[in-house]
Design a protein around this ligand. Structure first.
Ligand code: COA
Length: 374
């Protein structure tokens, strides 16, 4: 029982050749490459291809791959109706989760339950494409806007951000959005990836694994932190701006409240390399909106106070929250976009789980009564 670690902290759950967080070297290893170098030099579809296939694509391979990612002919019209049927009060993550469940029904039972690599690969690529469409359009439909179909003349990221905002983004905005997607693409064994692998380990299908993963990623201790971080920055702005930012954080810490976007189970006392890489883009986008510079000032003060008081540094959700805001992306979409980019990593993990499966079935440390008589 000395093996018991609450939250499975530090426990090795599986072997994998998809990715690894090397905390000592401060490197996120993706199929042998450094994620930050990939985010700097490659596009989201190129890295998605790498994550799933284990190698970078050549020109022909990436063209074919992007074609599938932007082909909406397989996205059924009825799926929009399902989104419309969701109550207006629905959270977007729940609408997308419902959409994923619905789309599973378009596969025959034998195709859906086929866990071989080729079948998972084909279904997985469709899921990456479909989740982007579900993400943008669940928001549009819930807000009374007409759905936007993908435009295959655009790049994946340009198309995705255009479907979300309905505006034509600048090249710089597309570039930064693409880097954010790439930073979110894969991250070893977070709760949502573990959830997907646990579900996959029963030989359940990739759609079911995605449904479990999106439910996990919704939580504020996981993907939900980016939205919470942005609400906090806006709260500080509305209560007095950067001048009160130090006191604001101190108050919350004194009340034992968490500051969202800081800390991490694996990095905990170190700077998340993705956050370090992305933070420099904030200055480039800050002039985009009237309160951008003020929010950036608040951002920096909160970061200083957390380092000074708790020795805690931003995780990737902190800069991404502000970058999304500066890209004029509505806050309820922050966590769904995180999930949409993580789909590539999930496909790779479900394939790996199914290729070398062992059912997850741990034991417990029982603390209840024994011997009760009826
Ligand atoms: C991510 C997170 C859940 C990891 O937590 P964990 O591994 O379970 O670590 P613990 O909750 O045991 O925290 C360890 C210590 O750091 C403190 N801490 C961790 N994150 C904190 C935060 N964001 N704000 C304030 N204090 C924090 C805890 O209060 C605790 O302090 P204590 O030892 O004095 O009680 C946690 O850092 C957190 O809640 N962060 C905010 C949510 C977030 O940004 N999530 C996105 C993760 S990518």
């Amino acid at each position: 029982m000395e093996d018991f670690k609450p939250g499975l902290e530090g426990i090795i759950a599986t072997d994998t050749n998809v990715s690894f967080l090397d905390v000592d070297q401060e490197e996120i290893v993706i199929r042998g490459y450094d994620l930050i170098e990939l985010a700097d030099k490659k596009t989201f579809p190129e890295v998605a291809y790498l994550v799933i296939n284990g190698k970078l694509p050549n020109n022909k391979e990436i063209q074919d791959f992007e074609k599938i990612l932007l082909d909406d002919s397989a996205f059924p019209e009825e799926a929009y109706k399902v989104l419309e049927l969701c109550p207006d009060s629905s959270m977007l993550m729940d609408v997308i989760r419902t959409g994923i469940s619905f789309l599973a029904g378009y596969h025959s039972e034998s195709d859906l339950m086929n866990t071989n690599e080729k079948s998972n690969f084909t279904k997985g690529i469709r899921l990456i494409a479909d989740v982007a469409v579900l993400t943008a359009n669940s928001h549009r439909i819930l807000n009374g806007l007409t759905p936007v179909r993908p435009d295959s003349s655009k790049s994946f990221s340009e198309n995705f951000i255009t479907m979300i905002t309905g505006k034509t983004p600048s090249d710089k905005e597309v570039e930064i959005f693409d880097k954010i997607l790439t930073c979110y693409i894969e991250h070893e064994m977070p709760n949502s990836t573990f959830a997907a692998r646990i579900i996959g380990s029963t030989l359940s299908d990739i759609y079911g694994a995605f449904v479990g993963a999106i439910a996990s990623l919704k939580g504020p201790l996981h993907g939900g932190a980016n939205e919470a971080a942005m609400h906090m920055l806006l709260d500080i702005k509305s209560k007095g701006g950067h001048k009160i930012a130090d006191d604001y954080v101190m108050n919350r810490l004194n009340n034992k409240e968490r500051i969202m976007g800081f800390g991490h189970r694996v990095y905990m006392k170190k700077y998340d390399p993705r956050a370090f890489f992305l933070k420099d883009y904030i200055a480039e986008l800050a002039p985009n909106i009237p309160d951008g510079e003020e929010l950036h000032k608040i951002y920096k003060i909160v970061e200083e106070v957390m380092a000074r008081e708790k020795g805690l540094y931003p995780n990737t959700d902190y800069p991404i929250a502000l970058l999304f805001y500066l890209l004029e992306i509505p806050i309820p979409l922050y966590t769904p976009i995180f999930f949409a980019s993580r789909t590539a990593g999930l496909v790779a993990h479900v394939i790996e789980q199914h290729n070398n499966n062992r059912l997850f079935r741990p034991r417990v440390l029982y603390t209840g009564p024994r011997g009760l008589k009826l």
